[in-house]
Design a protein around this ligand. Structure first.
Ligand code: ATP
Ligand code: MG
Length: 141
């Protein structure tokens, strides 16, 4: 096990329903600590730039509309095997396939409005963290 950092987003559907605190508690209970955090509202263009890898997918337009539909909470989570652990805590992309007790099983409204995002590899974690945060904004100790 190695100490890692990963990017987590609490998506607009969850922020809107005041689920931010409950979702952060689910990360903390499993050993992930918040080392940077902010609430922001992306433009459609900024959402598209974040999800650029999905630009050619049929759901891209809907995804960008949704991700810019209200405030999100972006955060850096740190812990042992943080990248994989974060994705386990979130559950499958499709909430119908997510395990009980996961964020998406408990809270997601649909495949698009699925409450949380997490980086899927160490390379994307690095890129996604620097998309939102400067080094000075990330707690080091
Ligand atoms: P994320 O990148 O948000 O953590 P993920 O890695 O589980 O999610 P991706 O395949 O990267 O899933 O898709 C990015 C996001 O695009 C999904 O979280 C979801 O909001 C949306 N999405 C993915 N597939 C579909 C689909 N078939 N229909 C509608 N929306 C989709
Ligand atoms: Mg993804």
């Amino acid at each position: 096990m190695s100490l890692e950092k990963t990017l987590s987003i609490i998506k607009p559907d969850a922020v809107k329903r005041d689920l931010t605190g409950k979702i952060i508690a689910m990360f903390e209970e499993k050993g992930l600590r918040v080392v940077a955090q902010k609430k922001i509202w992306l433009s459609k263009e900024q959402a598209g730039s974040f999800y650029d890898v999905h630009r050619d997918r049929p759901f891209f337009g809907e995804l960008c509309e949704f991700m810019s539909s209200g405030p999100i909470v972006v955060q850096v989570l740190e812990g042992n095997s943080a990248i994989e652990l974060n994705r386990e805590i979130m559950g499958a992309t499709n909430p119908d396939q997510a395990e009980p007790g996961t964020i998406r099983k408990e809270f997601a409204l649909s495949m698009t409005e699925n409450s949380a995002h997490g980086s899927d590899s160490s390379e994307t974690a690095r890129e996604e963290i620097s998309f939102f945060f400067s080094g000075l904004e990330i707690l080091q100790f």
